[in-house]
Ligand binder design. Structure first.
Ligand SMILES: [Zn+2]
Ligand SMILES: [Zn+2]
Length: 351
């Protein structure tokens, strides 16, 4: 089969690799679509982890079951499945509490060496993945690119569950990449008023597709003052940091109202993970600063349903689709911040 292999920093090429075989208690999925995510771009910039001579990335995948092992009874060839990366251990304290996204031994499809990902014509789902991973059948009217999109949607849905976003809230989203735009869509679907801030002019324009109530250009306006103005002097009820910049986390605490919530959604670069927040504003204003990472398996199922009901519209979000053969171009496009979501599709046909 053909697979995209990351062999060095910004070096990803298509290779012929042996066709995977279904283990007795696993299956082979014919991958059809896989999204390019911010974390893929970070890994692409850095190259494969030390000690590994190449990995097949891709963790926002969807496809159709090609072959099942002889002990598999719960899946059949032809099943359409969406897969998310997290594989929990099932045994640690967090798993036993049902907090699977915080598992001490999380492994990730397309990220952890030994777990090849979705930028390939075929992906093996072992018993470990089928049991402790996140895999759901796709509703009939959900396409493969939408199935892949369920993964980033799930993280965003989980953040709004945590924030408790509702009708009376005014939400500020900092960053209008694909994730920021998903935050706008989900906050609006929960009835909130939404303000988005983004320095790139082209991304501000794309963000307007999601009908935010106000759009701020932080490169020419004082974003904190503007949010206060738009909220009658009060500040926002909820601020979501949907970019990898620590300065916006500092600003988030400045623009949230007393008793409000700041959600740290985007991770910061490993080499620069310290941030500076006004502790007195947090203390005297009883501001909650909350981390949000990944999601419960059931949230992935909900994301598929919301895509099926068109609560989240993939057409607005997916601006580029490349065939697997053009994976390099797909990564370059996503890294350049052109458009919003970049998808890669695989076209291997039944033989
Ligand atoms: Zn991702
Ligand atoms: Zn665990």
């Amino acid at each position: 089969m053909k697979a995209a292999v990351l062999t060095g920093a910004r070096e990803i090429d298509i290779r012929d690799v042996p066709d995977p075989v279904a283990p007795d208690d696993g299956l082979v999925l014919r991958a059809k679509a896989c999204g390019v995510c911010g974390s893929d771009l970070r890994r692409w910039n850095e190259g494969p982890p030390e000690g590994s001579d190449g990995i097949i990335p891709g963790h926002e995948a969807a496809g159709v079951v090609l072959e099942v092992g002889k002990r598999i009874t719960d899946y059949s060839p032809g099943d359409r499945l969406a897969i998310a990366p997290d594989i929990h251990c099932g045994r640690c304290t967090y798993c036993r509490k049902g907090m699977y996204n915080l598992c001490d031994h999380l492994r990730f499809i397309g990220i952890t060496p030994g777990y090849p990902g979705g930028f390939a014509e075929r992906v093996v789902l072992t018993r470990e993945i089928l049991t402790n991973g996140i895999i759901h059948p796709m509703p009939r009217n959900v396409s493969f690119v939408e199935g892949a999109l369920a993964e980033p949607c799930s993280s965003v849905l989980a953040a709004h569950e945590k924030a408790g976003t509702s009708l009376s809230d005014r939400v500020v989203v900092l960053g209008a990449g694909p994730i920021g735009c998903l935050h706008v869509a989900v906050a609006k679907s929960r009835g909130a008023g939404v303000i988005i801030s983004e320095p790139s002019g082209s991304r501000r324009e794309l963000a307007r597709r999601f009908r935010p109530d106000a759009v701020i250009d932080p490169s020419s306006e004082d974003v904190v003052a503007r949010v206060r103005e738009l909220t009658g002097g009060l500040g926002a009820d909820i601020v979501i940091c949907a970019n990898p910049l620590s300065v916006t986390q500092t600003e988030a605490v400045e623009m949230v109202r007393k008793g409000g919530r700041v959600i740290l959604f985007g991770g910061l670069p490993k080499s620069d993970a310290m941030t500076s927040l006004d502790a007195n504003r947090i203390h005297y204003g009883e501001i909650e600063v909350v981390g949000s990472f990944s999601y419960a398996p059931t949230t992935h199922e909900l994301a598929l349903e919301l895509l099926s009901r068109n609560v989240i519209s993939s057409d607005l979000l997916i601006t580029h689709t490349f065939p697997l053969e053009q994976i390099g171009e797909a990564f370059e496009t996503a890294a350049a911040g052109k458009g919003l979501k970049v998808m890669v599709t695989m076209s291997e046909e039944d033989s």
